[in-house]
Design a protein around this ligand. Sequence first.
Ligand code: ME8
Length: 509
Amino acid sequence: MSRNFYVTTPIYYVNDVPHLGHAYTTLAADVLTRYRKLKGDKVFFLTGTDEHGQKVEKAANATGETPLELADRVVKRFQSLWEKLGIDFTDFIRTTQERHKKGVSELFSRVMAKGDIYLGEYEDWYCTPCETFWTETQLIDFKCPDCNRPTEKLKEESYFFRMSKYQDALLAHIEANPDFIQPKSRRNEIISFVREGLRDLSVSRTSFTWGIPVPGNEKHVIYVWFDALANYITALGYPDETADFTDFWPADVHLIGKDILRFHAVYWPTFLMAAGLPIPRKVFAHGWWTVEGQKMSKSLQNVVEPNMLIDRYGVDAVRYFLMREVPFGLDGDFSHAAMVHRINSDLANDLGNLLNRSTAMMNKYFGGVVEEPGEFTGTDLAYREKTETLAGLLDSCLDDLAFSKALQVIWEVISAGNKYIDETAPWTLAKDPAQRGRLATVMYCILESQRVVFHLLFPFMPDTCRKGLSYLGWEEPVSERGIAWGGLRPGTKTAKAEPLFPRIEEKGE
Ligand code: ME8
């Protein structure tokens, strides 16, 4: 049954150009989107940029641009990367857009009208890179406990959100909805954080001006996280009750990195409770990538630039690697050696070689034309069954956002294909004219299993799968219909495949 599905990525700060971490979350959202669409769902996939706040203002000062000039320049870098990475988003929101500013002001006003935002005074330690206030006891050597950078003491008049009021309701919600915060280890962290007690949250600043003014008191700008989190609803049209808002809110899943979980699993739900709006169904925090064993950082000059990776290895190899190498939710390491190894073993050897040898045999034995299969033997049936159960396995992997596991189970069918060829030995059958019917059946199974695989792998590697399907003579667009066994019609003309992934020389080979 078709349903509506709403997936989001964080909106990325424009003080920095896109790196591996940004590409990772956005890619995961894309795979999920393409998978849900393949299953016939109506999907809204939102990404965008976070353009307000002191961090962006400071970066603009440093480059001599206005914050908006900086944003206009950097946003293009994100948008062109998403195009190159094959990201199929529905909408791209920029927090400097009118629609967003209007929605944020309205959200702020409504929460204030309810009495949950009040004017007070703030004195605490601020970490600008994290855009976060800390109490003195939370600091470690007066440095930010999250990023270990220096903090500064700020005292200012500020509006406060009565977050404390929602502590019990939030805890009850988290406890009643075990899937709300994932993975589980992260959920436990949030539960302890909330249990320790929620303080009211400063939600305005007077020390700089680059932000959305507080309605009715223009001396203040709205706190950048209040502004940013609201993107998930302003993009749907909030405060207007648009069709998108009705169809897609609450979000099915907010995909984020582990460093911004508290904002999404504590601040955001309490803002929504105060505004009388439903809470997202799931917040999933993925892990962080290190690079060749080291933390990725500008000062180490080891920031992995996704454009460079795509130019070097090709878009689908990068998509495959990022989704396959590390279970979603855990930290992982990027290295060129690991990338090249995956390309050679999984993509060139297993996937590419299977298509190659089977289309070559088709050409040789049948002039590339698919023949009517005969009766299936035990080996054929086992191979067919392995192929047919794949769709169900993938469903459960993707429900759990287990992207790596999903690719693993797809690869089991690909390996089964290579093994099936070795066992059935078409080259031996081809020598005996009496075995021509048997050969046709074997070749049919080989092609048909790959056709199903290319459908199910499509969300991960769309270009490769389109190519693969066209070698198999499959002209229809990729859709749920194509997942079922038996789609390949006798008479279809296949073509000998060029290698999908040429091998790359491995150091030390
Ligand atoms: O936090 N590995 O934006 P941002 C994996 N504007 N992910 C990484 C990473 C790494 N090495 N480094 C960063 C913001 N990330 C806010 C979001 S949402 C309402 C506002 C991830 O550009 C990080 O975990 O600093 C985060 O999810 C994302 O990049 C965006 O970071």
